[in-house]
Design a protein around this ligand. Structure first.
Ligand code: AMP
Ligand code: MG
Length: 466
């Protein structure tokens, strides 16, 4: 985003980084040509005696629908958008960067626990091939949070193609004058498309498109990318936990993942968010909530798109979602050719996992490691029982499903070797479960960073290679 192109001063401003005492780096990714400048800057910021106020960047205000209710003034996400010369079209942010004109009285700081959660969750998501903003570096300060005195303040460096949220569109739509709204939303649309120009093949032609065409292109693109994101979350059993529209990325990336969690025992009603008592953002509701947020975005584009144009775009969501989801789930089963009966095979599997309280990822690991023709022995008993330590609630149901699965495999076109390879790259061998995450947070809180690199390495390479 370029400050001078926007007219609404309440939306975007230049701001200095607020000082934070005694920063100590906990972890940073390996530098690459593209990341050299930004990691050097982060190291400078964390060095003794450095005047952090010399670092300036852009801050932006956003609104959002929280639990279905519109909140016009959510703040700035306590982030500073850095202006770093780098190779390629990447945006960089410091999260926990302090107060700004858009903090509305909040301190703009980031609690260490939450920072470690986001840092590791982003890495785990990226390792699994789930679109996400990416963690680059994390530091903690000797300063404690005003609100929670036990918690250290921290600073998180992250990168993305763009950090624009649906909430940014909502802010401009709700709080600008009609003239400013038309202008600034047009600029934001162009900025978002520019960030995806290479993916969309738009490098040379973006300027030649009228803003209405750009708006249609943007909405179509966000719908498709969000459908893919939702399919990836559901197939990996990841629950974001807070799918407010301000936490939805315009680039279809997982954003603000600190409330998220990978499911262990399969339960569609699972939610990691303790305040979500109604289960609005529960695992099974994620695709529906994504679509709700896309409706919110479409509403913000009414100056450019007719209701028919919006509907046309939004209608693609479920079609695309189911297509992606089916193929991702089939790959987990070692299949690559979808037939209509697979829908039932998948739904029966999920029912079986739920009824038997099976661990989602352990089950798929077991399935990928056991020869599929050996899943049941001659007496129709489950061959390897180490998929679970507890007694199955309904063994017959699982045996029935495994028999159907074996028959389906025999009908399939894929060779045994290809199936095995497909399953090995579709079913992670290592997942950031809640106990692993909590242990990592505890270690960091005790300033013990020794195990962190090993954990990060495992999260970055969660699949067994054959
Ligand atoms: P996240 O989605 O990770 O940015 O977290 C959102 C939560 O962070 C909000 O519910 C607030 O509790 C807190 N928060 C948001 N803005 C600020 C701020 N400027 N200062 C401190 N805390 C904030
Ligand atoms: Mg957020």
């Amino acid at each position: 985003m370029n400050l001078s192109r926007y007219t609404n001063q309440a939306f975007i401003q230049q701001h200095q980084l607020a000082p934070l005492a005694d920063l100590q780096i906990i972890h940073q990714v390996k530098s690459t040509h593209q990341l050299d400048d930004v990691l050097t800057l982060f190291n400078q910021v964390c060095s003794k005696g450095f005047d952090m106020r010399t670092i300036t960047g852009l801050v932006t205000a956003y609104s959002g629908h929280q639990f279905g209710t519109f909140n016009p003034a959510l703040g700035d996400g306590r982030v500073l958008n850095l202006d770093v010369n780098s190779v390629g079209l990447c945006a960089f942010q410091l999260k926990g960067s302090g107060q700004t004109p858009f903090s509305y009285g909040n301190d703009g700081r980031l609690a260490l626990r939450s920072a470690v959660k986001e840092y590791l969750t982003n890495i785990a998501l990226a390792g699994l091939g789930i679109p996400t903003i990416e963690s680059l570096a994390l530091a903690f300060s000797s300063e404690r949070l005003q609100q929670q005195q036990l918690q250290h303040s921290s600073l998180l460096l992250r990168t993305a193609q763009t950090f624009t949220r649906i909430g940014h569109f909502e802010f401009l739509y709700a709080s600008s004058s009609t003239e400013d709204k038309q202008h600034d939303l047009g600029v934001l649309i162009t900025d978002c498309l520019a960030a995806s120009a290479t993916d969309l093949g738009l490098n040379k032609t973006l300027d030649t498109l009228a803003v209405k065409e750009q708006a249609q292109m943007l909405l179509n693109n966000v719908v498709e990318k969000t459908a893919y994101l939702a399919a990836k979350w559901q197939s990996a059993a990841f629950c974001h936990g807070t799918l407010n529209s301000d936490n939805m990325s315009i680039a279809g990336l997982t954003l603000d993942s600190a409330t998220g969690e990978f499911m262990s025992t399969f339960d569609p009603s699972m939610t990691p968010n303790a305040i979500d008592q109604q289960g609005r953002y529960a695992f099974e509701n994620q695709p529906r909530q994504c679509l709700f947020n896309l409706h919110v975005l479409a509403q913000c584009l009414t100056l450019f798109l007719s209701p028919t144009q919006q509907q046309h775009s939004l209608k693609q969501f479920y079609q695309s979602y189911y297509q992606h989801y089916s193929m991702l789930m089939l790959a987990k089963l070692g299949l690559n050719d979808f037939i209509p009966a697979d829908r039932q095979l998948l739904s029966e599997l999920l029912q079986c996992l739920y009824d038997n309280k099976l661990d989602y990822n352990l089950f798929f690991q077991w399935l990928s490691q056991v020869d599929s023709l050996q899943l049941l022995n001659k007496n129709n008993r489950i061959q390897a029982t180490d998929i679970h330590q507890h007694t199955l609630a309904n063994t017959d149901q699982l045996i029935h499903w495994l028999r159907r699965y074996q028959m389906r495999i025999e009908q399939g076109e894929i060779s045994t070797c290809q199936r095995h390879q497909l399953m090995m790259k579709s079913n992670p061998n290592f997942v950031l479960t809640k106990p692993i995450l909590n242990m990592a947070i505890e270690h960091v809180e005790h300033a013990d960073f020794t195990a962190l690199s090993c954990l990060i390495n495992k999260l970055s390479h969660p699949f067994l290679t054959t």
